[in-house]
Design a protein. Structure first.
Length: 73
């Protein structure tokens, strides 16, 4: 089973859906990787800001970051 198949299975099992698809220039190879890094940084910043509240990571953020890096959204 490939990583993409595992990713799809996780989304189906957990009933996750992707945010609206970005415009095609933002899904071009180099740009989508920059977007993924930027969004990963924003997610980490968010969790650091609220870590004392005990936020629990569900995995959804990482699931979406995978899709961004692959040009799926």
């Amino acid at each position: 089973m490939t990583d993409l198949e595992k990713w799809q299975r996780d989304g189906e099992e957990l009933k996750w859906s992707l945010p609206p698809q970005a415009a095609w220039p933002l899904r071009v190879w180099g740009i989508r990787h920059v977007r993924a890094v930027w969004n990963a940084w924003m997610v980490e910043r968010h969790y650091r800001a609220f870590e004392e509240l005990g936020l629990v990571r569900t995995g959804y953020d990482e699931w979406v970051l995978y899709a961004i890096a692959r040009g799926l959204c």
